[in-house]
Design a protein around this ligand. Structure first.
Ligand code: DAH
Length: 339
């Protein structure tokens, strides 16, 4: 009988009860008049005098165990029913997460809004580009180092091996597409994804976003360029933001400039973020090279234009003090939810 008792005790403990029906099954099996525990009390009657006290004590413990489990579960189910009765249907629903716009999308929307307000139209181009638009028409000849396999993802056309496609390495090809399809005056921006065959580190990723700008008209000058970029950065980073151009080189602009903005963290005084220089490099720009105009059949004697390009991740990371680009693409909601 002792071993029997131990078995029943184990059964009581492991019997799973998840609803009132199962609780009733539990009651019937162990504590009802025909249940196992009651049955053992019958058996106890025929035990020897010596055994009786020990077995009786153990049996009582098992009985208490079964009743205890039954009573606490019963209470639990009754409380649940009561809570159900008190359900207030007029309460507002519990909040649930429907996700949010990604930080880069937010930046994109903000940049587009600022440029649209001053007359720029948004245009688009494909991410899988023809080499012609990505390089040739942008005055980047075949031997140019930017075409190096290290930087560019080449895609082979299975059916026409002579045609080479690339994952666009910048948004500048949209300039070419726009100028081929439209006559000046043109005032466009083009945000989008670009791809480079780079080793992923805290500051480089194989995919990122750029925003391209292009303005073509009669008598466009570098002053216009500086005015527009200055306006943009004041809106984006704050009224006190200053910009400066540093001579640089891009095949598709002449002259070319590197765009620096005054560090908005220290307001130009010098800090860790700007490496004590007071300035932050933020993109490239310049006057459209006459060779680019020739490639798209625009007369460089009649028209001039400026162009610029900047990286959205860089702008975003600086604005929010993010120090590792990879975190933008790990889709960790604990990070994304903060913005
Ligand atoms: N396409 C350049 C890059 O990817 C950025 C750039 C520089 C764009 C000068 C421009 C420009 O339109 O005029 O680094």
């Amino acid at each position: 009988m002792l071993s029997n008792l131990a078995e029943i005790e184990q059964e009581i403990n492991s019997f799973s009860v998840n609803n009132p029906e199962e609780l009733e099954a539990f009651r019937l099996k162990f504590i009802s008049r025909n249940g196992l525990v009651t049955g053992l009390f019958e058996e106890l009657k025929s035990a020897s005098r010596d055994e009786k006290p020990i077995l009786g004590k153990k049996l009582n413990e098992v009985k208490k165990l079964a009743e205890g489990k039954f009573n606490s579960l019963k209470e639990q189910f009754e409380n649940a029913v009561e809570a159900g009765d008190k359900l207030d249907l007029t309460l507002p629903p519990a909040e649930f997460s429907i996700g949010r716009e990604h930080l880069i999308s937010q930046t994109l929307a903000e940049m587009v809004k600022i440029f649209r307000e001053i007359g720029f139209k948004v245009t688009d181009g494909p991410e899988l580009e023809d080499e012609f638009y990505n390089f040739d028409a942008l005055n980047t000849p075949a031997h140019h180092p930017a075409r190096d396999m290290q930087d560019t993802f080449y895609v082979q056309n299975k059916f026409d091996k002579s045609k080479k496609y690339v994952l666009r390495t910048h948004t500048s090809p949209v300039q070419i597409r726009t100028m081929l399809a439209n006559k000046p005056p043109l005032r466009i921006i083009s945000p989008g994804k670009v791809f480079r065959n780079e080793t992923v580190t805290y500051k480089n990723y194989f995919m990122f976003h750029q925003l391209e700008g292009l303005y073509v008209d009669k008598n466009v000058s570098m002053r216009d360029l500086k005015g527009v970029l200055s306006y943009f950065f004041k809106k984006f980073y704050g009224e006190n933001t200053q910009i400066r151009f540093i001579p640089s080189f891009f095949p598709f602009t002449e002259p070319s400039g590197q765009i620096d903005i005054s560090c908005f963290l220290c307001e130009g005084k010098g800090c860790k973020t700007c490496k004590e220089t007071g300035w932050l490099e933020i993109g490239g720009c310049g006057m459209v090279d006459p060779n680019v105009f020739k490639a798209v059949n625009i007369d460089p004697e009649e028209f001039t234009g400026y162009a610029f390009g900047m990286g959205m991740e860089r702008l975003t990371m600086m604005k929010y003090g993010i120090t590792d680009i990879r975190i933008l693409y790990q889709n960790d909601v604990r990070f994304l939810d903060q913005f």
